[in-house]
Write a protein that binds this ligand. Structure first.
Ligand SMILES: [Zn+2]
Ligand SMILES: [Zn+2]
Length: 304
């Protein structure tokens, strides 16, 4: 079993607690104030309750995997790198057929192309997308699948709870208008409390729903264009720098060119695995060849 790791980042811990609290609150309101009153005695109560809780269960499972999985940390060398020879080391790496490998001076390790240093994790992460406080972890080559699944199920749960609340609210208005004697008078809990819960859950669902759908879209675009947000930003800055400086002062850093020649499905399979699309929705570890990541046993024999 993979060791559980959790960063000691206050913002990340607060976001994780907020996530669990929001999920529990949504479940509480949906069961107690939406399904039980509006669908009491109906088979729809059990059906909606099971479906909603199944989505929440998958959401939490994906979140757990995204939080505690290794995002693709570049292993640290056993011995310290000699930084006095940094330039010639980089050249030597390229000579040995490892084009694009660089040295990270902050975590003192050799890193493969597309790996970037995360200041929060204090490590280099393979194909780092960004550091996400909501999972208190980096989104990288090995956990991006779980992160996207988490976004997907959060979006589904938000949409589902919105529909259930709106339906229950309309049902309440209709029942009151029809003058159902059971619903009049000293209702427990009070009408104001129920409406307050409905409004809070609606606001929560809209906020989280819109937020995760925007990130979900960005994630899919970054996969099918084969360019992480870090690479997009760096390339933009480098193009701007080139425009403002003379061609003779060329930088040693080359922009990452997106591998857009790969078919979109192949790029998606690199993240979600080679299994069926149904497996893409489950927080299962994809088959090893699907990641096509760096096999560290084949590291060249660096002189460190
Ligand atoms: Zn680093
Ligand atoms: Zn990080």
């Amino acid at each position: 079993m993979a060791s559980l790791r959790c960063r000691r980042d206050l913002c990340g811990v607060i976001c994780i607690i907020l996530t669990y609290f929001s999920v529990l609150y949504a479940d509480y309101v949906v069961i107690k104030y939406v399904l039980l009153p509006a669908y009491s005695g109906s088979v729809w109560c059990a059906l909606h309750g099971s479906a909603f809780n199944m989505i929440l269960l998958l959401l939490l499972a994906c979140h757990f995997k995204a939080v505690f999985s290794d995002p693709g940390m570049v292993p640290l060398p056993d011995t310290a790198i000699d930084f006095s020879d940094l330039r010639s080391q980089s050249t030597r790496i390229n000579e040995r057929g490892c084009e694009g490998w660089t040295v990270c001076s902050r975590c003192e390790t050799y890193r493969p192309p597309r790996a970037h240093h995360c200041r929060v994790c204090q490590r280099c992460i393979r194909r780092m997308d960004h550091h996400c406080p909501w999972i208190n972890n980096c989104v990288g080559e090995l956990n991006q699948k779980y992160f996207i699944q988490f976004l997907f199920y959060t979006g589904m749960a938000s949409l589902y709870s919105m529909l259930l609340v709106v339906w229950a609210w309309l049902w309440r208005i209709r029942t009151e208008r029809d003058g159902d004697p059971e619903k009049d008078g000293d209702e427990t809990p009070s009408k104001h409390l129920i409406v307050a819960h409905y409004i809070i859950l609606l606001v929560e669902s809209v906020l989280f729903g819109v937020f995760v759908m925007v990130i979900f879209y960005d994630q899919l675009v970054s996969i099918i264009t084969d360019e992480t947000p870090i690479e997009q930003m760096r390339n933009r800055v480098m193009i701007k720098d080139r425009g403002s400086t003379s061609p003779s002062s060329s930088s040693s850093q080359q922009p990452h060119l997106p591998h857009t020649r790969k078919p979109k499905l192949a790029l998606l399979r690199e993240v979600f695995g080679r299994g069926s699309i149904f497996c893409w929705l489950l927080p299962l570890h994809p088959s090893p060849p699907s990641f096509g990541g760096i096999i560290y046993s084949s590291l060249p024999d660096y002189d460190v």
